[in-house]
Design a protein around this ligand. Structure first.
Ligand code: BG6
Length: 369
């Protein structure tokens, strides 16, 4: 049932083009408009929403962090992302104009379920982005947008993560369509970019040999750092989480801009650091800033492992290794940039002889608070 792969995780990483394609499938009409009929929430309620709070745990919370950048940009609605187990204990400001989006692969995570219950008690509308049909969180929510990743067996989430991000983008575009914050042709263009993502993920998978080699050679490193900025920041966090979960290596993700405020003190000779580089075509000179971060840590002896957009030659002088991913719109880049990090963790854990599908101390779904 692993379809010739060594582990479910390896198989699920390779299923990702389908997970994204299937999550996009059937959600537009012939004119190219988004039709999310399954969201049975009064459109008037969605037009009135003045705040979105994403609640989730683990990988699903990083999907929420990616969604925040896109939804704020497309819809001009403030978006907060909160770990579900923190949410209800801080007396959050939630009312009838709040849309709470609960993201969960299993639909059974108790922390997330309790956050859903709390939000509804406060009068919020709750929309679930969930992978498992008939699970508890969608049953207790006002609406559900299913991810179509198929069953995910490995404890460490991969294809569900990409499907969650995809579904959250669809939600953002749907709200933008409904509220008129994006023109129809702009929405159509983003949807076209999204439809190209599965083939681009496949291209990353086809080029995985280089990552595999690096991962095997690094199997005994004690610590790996991950830096990212803008949407690359949650990607860095997710890359670090994957490595902790299945390879038991100390790993930390940082916002690249935070480097000089602390983490740069950790850099010593041969410290491996992954850097997720934003597109050189993006706004606000973020690309140049992250490239100079690479230069700074390399000058202090770090081993720099760079994930960059194809054709980005600016990174070459400062990178010990570069993993190129195909070009896409800046906001969609996490769907590609995270893939080399997933492969890295999976290959490194396998090289250590660990059970990548059933890591110690972890469960696929945590049904206690
Ligand atoms: C953790 C799993 O316990 O729960 C993670 O090990 C997962 O992989 C997290 O991201 C959240 O789970 P779910 O099912 O709510 O997405």
């Amino acid at each position: 049932e692993k379809g010739g792969f060594r582990s479910f995780m390896d198989k699920e990483i390779h299923d990702q083009p389908h997970a994204v394609a299937d999550t996009l499938l059937g959600r537009t009409d012939t004119a190219g408009h988004l039709v999310l009929d399954e969201i049975r929430v009064d459109e008037a309620v969605l037009r009135r929403v003045d705040k979105i709070i994403v609640v989730a745990c683990g990988t699903a919370a990083y999907a929420g962090q990616v969604a925040k950048y896109a939804i704020e940009h497309w819809c001009r609605i403030p978006v907060e992302v909160e770990l579900a187990h923190e949410f209800r204990y801080r007396d959050p400001v939630v009312d009838a104009r709040t849309l709470v989006v609960a993201v969960s692969q299993s639909g059974e995570t108790m922390d997330t379920l309790m956050a859903v219950r709390h939000a509804r008690e406060q009068g919020a509308t709750v929309l679930a982005i969930v992978n498992t049909h008939g699970s508890t969180i969608p049953r207790e929510s006002d609406a559900v947008l299913y991810t179509h990743a198929g069953p995910e067996v490995a404890v460490a989430s991969t294809k569900a993560f990409l499907a969650q991000i995809t579904a959250a983008y669809l939600l953002g575009l749907y709200l933008a369509q409904l509220r008129g914050t994006k023109y129809p042709d702009e929405i159509a263009e983003i949807l076209d970019d999204l439809r190209e993502i599965p083939d681009k993920i496949q291209a990353v998978l086809d080029a995985a040999g280089a990552i595999r080699e690096v991962a095997v050679a690094m199997k005994d490193v004690p610590s790996v750092l991950f830096l990212g900025r803008h949407v690359g920041y949650p990607v860095a966090m997710e890359g670090a989480l994957k490595l902790k979960e299945i390879a038991y290596i100390h790993a930390e993700g940082f916002a690249a801009g935070e480097l000089k405020h602390g983490p740069i003190a950790l850099i010593e000779t041969d410290q491996p650091v992954f850097i997720i580089v934003p597109s050189p075509r993006g706004r606000d000179s973020l690309h140049a800033k992250v490239v100079s971060n690479i230069q700074e840590i390399r000058a202090r002896g770090a081993r720099t492992l760079v994930v960059a957009e194809e054709g980005d030659e600016d990174v070459l002088p400062f990178a010990d290794q570069v993993f190129f991913v195909p070009r896409t719109a800046s906001l969609l880049a996490p769907l590609l940039a995270v893939v080399p990090l997933q492969i890295f963790a999976c290959e490194l854990a396998s090289a250590k002889g660990l059970d990548v599908d059933q890591p110690r101390n972890l469960a696929k779904s945590v049904t206690v608070e």
